[in-house]
Design a protein. Sequence first.
Length: 256
Amino acid sequence: MKRLLVTFFTVLVLAGSAGAGYVQQFEKVEPAVWRLYVMGGGGDLFFLCSSWALGAEVEAAVVRDKSTLVTAGHCAAIAEALGVEYRVTRDGKTFYEAKLKHTAMTATINQGFSREDLLKVIRAGKWSPRQFSFITFSGEDWAILEIGVDGPRLVPDARTPKIGTDLLMVGYPGGVAKMGTQGVFGTPSLFLPGEPWNGYFGYFLPSLGGSSGSPVVDAASGRVIAIHVIGFVGSDIGGGTPIKLLVDGLEKLAKK
């Protein structure tokens, strides 16, 4: 029998710096967001990241089905480096097997470190990809997984928001609860030279380790504009993969 090694709650908690007024949008986004776990030895489940169901409106044959989840590429890259299986859940009770369809990011364990070092960090939880000094990430930070169940889905928007646009995000910070946060769009291009996330969207949205993979949503339209992938310790500044990178990548996959 599998043991679940992360305590969770089912309540949706709203927090953040933006004003109230987007309760209906939170309620639309929340059902499409999933917890992503990896299965370790002995059937133990370790919480990894957040993920969300991609709407069929994307014009790419590779995702014209009812069971595509989007997450951060670094989450899938780490799972692939560990060689573990994926499980997903919405309610923390019923778990489904998930299979990786594609990750645009890879993770290499640097010399002098081992798979066990990586496992220790995953078991501890509350990690961020910029904290992995012994991992080298490369590529674009997005991935898609396949599951065998249908459910609510979110529509992506490949346009760049204007600075000051109200945003919301729903995910599983720390894996302990499904939380909604509110904030604003800050920049279309983060300055992180030498890092994979250089040029990604920047915004003010509270997040923690485990928030990676969450949908970052235009609060007015309800469409996903980014995949949350990084946070900055001691601040509410975050960074996300622009949805255009995901859409363009899926279109290339569909042509192969």
